[in-house]
Ligand binder design. Structure first.
Ligand SMILES: Cc1cc2nc3c(=O)[nH]c(=O)nc-3n(C[C@H](O)[C@H](O)[C@H](O)COP(=O)(O)OP(=O)(O)OC[C@H]3O[C@@H](n4cnc5c(N)ncnc54)[C@H](O)[C@@H]3O)c2cc1C
Length: 461
């Protein structure tokens, strides 16, 4: 319950600012712990993840995959001539998925007794929030979960045919050509999906595409991206643009009905009123927290994208649980060893932990030796497993079909301090891609079965 300005606001135990994946998870957990909770969201429950980013991109990637597979599976005996896309129906499905999930979050909040207020919140002090609906709310503890926003590029201001990733994932038509400025995972995901839908895609990479990722994985992706018709302009910068093209620093002109600026995300703290509290930000604007997610203000915690890398939904959700527990007085802390990262490319790339580093022995197992991969004609990729001298698993990288789901096993193994033998001796279902993880562990132990490495395999005895 809230009071209007001028009267004394009622105090809630925990106020949460931002109803994205970090914020709503924090709200539900705090309510489960018996606290009175108010969740303040200025736009849509589920935030960027459900409405503009993770879910919409994966929804559209699935549609693009179905179309591409149907058109390119002649070797499997499928003739996909004449298949077309209804862009409006595709758009309706994409929007419907987000709406269904947004409604689901609303239902969960309501069922758990979380009060949801649709308004923008500004901190007036370390225990009071001003809302854009004219109300004020007092709190014992607040959790900031305001997320991030797309970074802009000088000379390529958003507007007209220059879109951010949100707008690029909300098109109700398939553009003839698209230039994507930036070459991180967002550029690869958006570029691949539109290329598969039949759009001419150019990715402009200052150095190279996915330059921070494992070269073995990127080499596979680059080859596939070429097959999809994507042109990567490595070492180029966009110089200028008009309504149809972009001029590059190497003098090239590329077609650009749509220009997508995907150069990264920056923390979103607009009108949050941080200056009215003791909360501190770093040089890049990220809110600074300790390992219990407490800011420099005793009453305020922060989670998710607004506190920095890795800016991933599953990290925000985990931090939501922890922040709710800490704010509720529980002894809890953010001590996860790994945050798995996935690129929903074709093939998918997923990493948990470190696959390079001193004292690590890396063993690679190819997907070409996996029965399921051969059966469905998706043999690109591999599993790399990194173990220390005692055989403890420190990192796993998976490149291949469904790597996004398989990486959870790797994260669990690393969190539990598993050794390669634990994975090797665990029965993995056949025929599945997950067998490649088991096979990589067996190879690391020097006892490979379905791949012949020569005389010596693995470093763990
Ligand atoms: C194209 C794209 C694809 C992505 N795909 C993935 C993926 O596949 N997997 C993955 O893990 N991550 C992915 N991400 C990253 C993911 O979207 C973010 O890490 C995640 O959304 C962060 O959650 P959050 O709760 O911190 O913030 P958000 O989801 O951004 O939520 C913040 C919320 O706070 C609200 N808000 C802000 N200020 C206020 C205020 N003052 N008052 C009230 N409300 C406020 C906003 O309206 C918003 O709803 C992707 C990102 C992009 C750009």
């Amino acid at each position: 319950m809230i009071m209007v300005m001028g009267s004394i606001p009622e105090e809630v135990d925990i106020a949460i600012i931002g109803g994205g994946v970090g914020g709503y998870v924090a709200a539900i957990r705090a309510a489960e712990l018996g606290k009175s909770v108010t969740l303040v969201e200025k736009e849509k429950l589920g935030g960027h993840c459900l409405n503009y980013a993770c879910i919409p991109s994966k929804t559209l990637i699935n549609i693009a995959d179905i179309l591409y597979e149907a058109r390119n599976s002649q070797k499997l005996g499928i003739n996909g001539n004449g298949i077309s896309v209804d862009a409006k129906a595709m758009y309706d499905w994409r929007m419907g998925v987000s709406k269904k999930l947004e409604d689901g979050v609303g239902f969960l909040c309501k069922s758990n007794g979380v009060e949801v207020i649709k308004a923008q919140g500004t901190l007036l002090s370390s225990n009071r929030l001003q809302l854009t609906n004219g109300e004020e709310l007092d709190f014992k503890k607040a959790i900031i979960a305001t997320g991030s926003e797309p970074a802009s590029l000088k000379g390529f201001d958003f507007g007209g045919n220059i879109l951010d990733y949100k707008q690029a994932l909300m098109l109700d038509r398939i553009p003839k050509s698209m230039v994507i400025i930036g070459a991180g995972y967002v550029a690869v995901e958006i570029g691949t999906l539109y290329a598969k839908l039949g759009c001419e895609v150019h990715i402009i990479a200052r150095s190279d595409v996915l330059s921070k990722f494992d070269k073995d994985a990127v080499d596979i992706l680059k080859k596939k991206m070429t097959q999809f018709g994507i042109k990567v302009h490595a070492g180029a910068e966009p110089v200028s643009h008009d309504s149809e093209s972009v001029k590059l620093s190497n003098g090239e002109m590329v077609n650009a009905e749509i220009i997508v600026v995907a150069i990264g995300l920056k923390p979103y703290t607009d009108v949050l009123g941080i200056e009215n509290t003791k909360v501190k930000q770093d040089k890049k604007g990220f809110i600074m927290v300790d390992n219990t997610l407490k800011t420099d203000d005793d009453n305020i915690l922060a989670i998710g994208d607004v506190i920095g890398e890795p800016m991933l939904a599953h990290k925000a959700m985990r931090q939501g649980v922890i922040a709710a527990e800490v704010a509720s007085g529980m002894k809890s802390g953010y001590d996860n060893i790994v945050v798995p990262a996935v690129i929903f490319s074709d093939p998918e790339v997923a990493i948990a932990g470190n696959i390079t580093g001193e004292g690590l022995t890396i063993t690679k197992f190819p997907m070409t030796a996996i029965g399921r991969a051969i059966a469905i004609g998706k043999e690109e990729g591999f599993v790399k497993i990194a173990c220390d001298g005692e055989g403890i698993v420190k990192g796993i990288e998976i490149v291949g079909n469904n790597a996004s789901s398989m990486i959870a096993e790797a994260a669990l193994a690393i969190e539990m301090g598993a050794v390669a033998e634990d994975i090797a001796d665990t029965i993995h279902p056949h025929p599945t891609f997950s067998e490649a993880v088991q096979e990589a562990a067996e190879a690391a132990l020097g006892r490979p079965v379905h791949f012949f490495y020569g005389k010596k395999t693995g470093g763990i005895k």
